[in-house]
Design a binder for this molecule. Structure first.
Ligand code: IMP
Ligand code: MG
Length: 193
């Protein structure tokens, strides 16, 4: 693979970003705060804490979060949820898809997700894990949109409340792109065309 020439930036994902909403420095310090809070709250659950990152959006968040929680013995089990339907909330939904965490009986489950939007993902997973005998189920999201559906969905730990805009970066995608950006930002309209 050759090196990109310095005079030609075509193909640079940063060129598609309109505004940075949350810088990588702010993300890093907030993730450490969240992990410290969780570490304190789950001191009693040592060895019986199962962290469940929702793939693929929480990949980066989960990696940073669990590394900021080195004092706890925890299990890490991934899950995947797919959303379907369009912009119309009434016709939107979420479905479990792929692997589900195993042996949750008696375990304290902490769901990690990138962003809380319609709330479908968290409601679905919470009900599923409670039905499977978890000792407790809580959720932690990096971002929450300031909209009624998100604000009315139970979620114990929230990194940042943001305006109702479509965002990418730090795990969040548009068409599976931009997950690798270290910050959260909005896309230029032409990049979403
Ligand atoms: P919910 O189930 O509607 O709360 O949505 C959660 C999922 O929708 C997230 O895990 C994301 O995958 C996706 N999502 C919602 N809003 C955005 C956004 O602004 N950018 C990228 N993905 C989003
Ligand atoms: Mg997602």
């Amino acid at each position: 693979m050759g090196h990109a020439t310095t005079s030609d930036n075509s193909g640079d994902a940063h060129d598609d970003i309109d505004r940075v909403l949350v810088s990588s420095a702010r993300i890093a310090s907030r993730v450490v705060e969240l992990a410290q809070q969780v570490g304190n709250d789950y001191a009693h659950a040592d060895g019986r804490l199962t962290v469940v990152p929702v793939m693929t959006g929480s990949l980066l968040f989960a990696a940073d979060f669990v590394r900021a929680l080195p004092q706890r013995r925890l299990r890490l089990q991934l899950t995947t949820v797919s959303s379907y339907g369009g912009k119309n909330t009434a016709s939107r939904g979420s479905a479990l898809n792929g692997a589900l965490p195993k042996h949750l009986e008696g375990h304290h489950v902490l769901i990690l997700d990138d962003i809380l939007d319609s709330g479908g993902t968290l409601r679905l997973l919470r009900a599923e894990f409670e039905a499977r005998g978890a000792a407790s189920v809580r959720a932690c999201v990096l971002l929450r949109k300031k909209i009624a559906s998100a604000l009315s969905t139970p979620c114990e730990y929230v990194g940042f409340d943001i305006d109702d805009e479509f965002v990418v970066g730090y795990g969040l995608d548009f068409d599976d792109l931009y997950r690798n950006l270290p910050f959260v930002g909005t896309l230029k309209p032409e990049a979403r065309a």
